[in-house]
Design a protein around this ligand. Sequence first.
Ligand SMILES: Cc1cc2nc3c(=O)[nH]c(=O)nc-3n(C[C@H](O)[C@H](O)[C@H](O)COP(=O)(O)OP(=O)(O)OC[C@H]3O[C@@H](n4cnc5c(N)ncnc54)[C@H](O)[C@@H]3O)c2cc1C
Length: 458
Amino acid sequence: MLEELRAALGPAGCLTGSDIPEAARSDASRSGRALPLALLRPASVSDVSAALAICHRHGVTVVPQGGMTGLAGGANPDPASVALSLARLSGVEAIDGESMAMVVRAGTVLEQAQKAAEDAGFLLPIDLGARGSCQIGGNIATNAGGLRVIRDGMTRDNLLGIEVVLADGTVLTQLTKVVKNNTGYDLRHLFAGSEGTLGVITRAVIRLRPLPGPRRTALAALPDFAAVLRLLQMARAQLPGLSAFEAMWRDYFAFSQSLLPYTLFSDPPPFAVILEAPDDPAFDTLLEQAFDEGVILDALIAQSLTDARRFWTVREGLAMDTALPDHINLDISLATHRLDEFACRCRSDLLARFPGAYVSFYGHIADSNLHVTVSVPGGGEAAAHEVDAIVYGIVRDFDGSISAEHGVGVLKRDWLGHSRSPAELAAMRAIKAALDPAGIMNPGKLLPAAVPPGGGAP
Ligand SMILES: Cc1cc2nc3c(=O)[nH]c(=O)nc-3n(C[C@H](O)[C@H](O)[C@H](O)COP(=O)(O)OP(=O)(O)OC[C@H]3O[C@@H](n4cnc5c(N)ncnc54)[C@H](O)[C@@H]3O)c2cc1C
């Protein structure tokens, strides 16, 4: 099989052994490092098709790889599979100003696609912290969220057309630029969030939007969660173009700020919210009104990009990677108005089990998305599993989702039954069987092998 692959893709298109770079052996979750049978590096759609046809004929499994920034282990290879990197299938093919659409190859790094859109006078409305490494194909395969979902939606909301190579090498091309297309099953949405289990995404048409003008950013201190909800309601009603509404619970804000060389609120409030919206007098009016009503206790308004960056640095909390090297970051979603009730229960259940643990919360509140940061000193893998069990158990009780934006991969696969019913899982398995009957695409990812009765605790 390797000889056939080398003949089809050329020597640069099929690497083995020590030629396979470290970066192809594990994604950013660092949840499993392995050397695949080979690393395929197709440079064209027909290369991808030829490679899959060969693997299919030999019954060898294939793990698609984008920028390897995934946080769920979805792109981790295994020794019995070949990994298929899209890195050489990159570049923007066209920008259509009339249709406001970009045709882009799957291996294009997000930041390069963003830059191409900007150079043409448009916004590519997908943005996340990993923009310098993640690829458009990976963004679609994980249905990535990110920082501006409140304004621009998830990746699938900006996907107009798609091209996918199926497991047997069949090329399915639907590179349409039209917004309205009611001609049966919408295949693009099947592949958004499929995490490499249904085929390899090779090209896409992404919707473009007008470039936004200057923005204002504020960091507000709030007394309680009711005030957070009220501020969100006011911001949605009064600030058209609201582009961020990020809340930090006190434990998160206080700890993250303590790791930085500057102080924003010396007495950390119960809640801190970053608000970002177009530069318009309505922004100041809203803050004044919120202050008068007691919704906010205090607010810092960025006077420069540096000020705004300082607010975001506390929210991004990257210094925690060093301060709490073993911390776990869980990414869940549930009804916005119940997020604090959920946070309180998580905190008390986690601290009852691990009294010395650090537990904190922050999130894209308007998208119902909460991140739970937990560190159990010296706890190791066993504690991490228990933390999953506690938090995902509460997510199930609240009818929430165990993955808001990071995907399922291997890390959340066995908890999928907490968010999806047996009927939904059966429908997903039926789709998988129809498109990949030999089961060669990304084995062991996304779908649990079998769900035990009662919801599927692993
Ligand atoms: C610093 C940092 C910040 C992040 N912030 C966010 C955030 O705000 N929001 C968010 O949603 N995620 C975030 N992530 C997670 C990650 O960046 C996203 O999931 C991203 O979309 C993954 O893209 P990738 O190209 O790196 O994919 P990979 O990690 O390479 O792969 C992810 C999954 O997609 C599949 N896949 C990749 N390419 C293809 C393809 N062409 N065809 C079929 N399947 C494919 C893989 O098999 C795998 O299952 C962040 C990660 C980091 C490291």
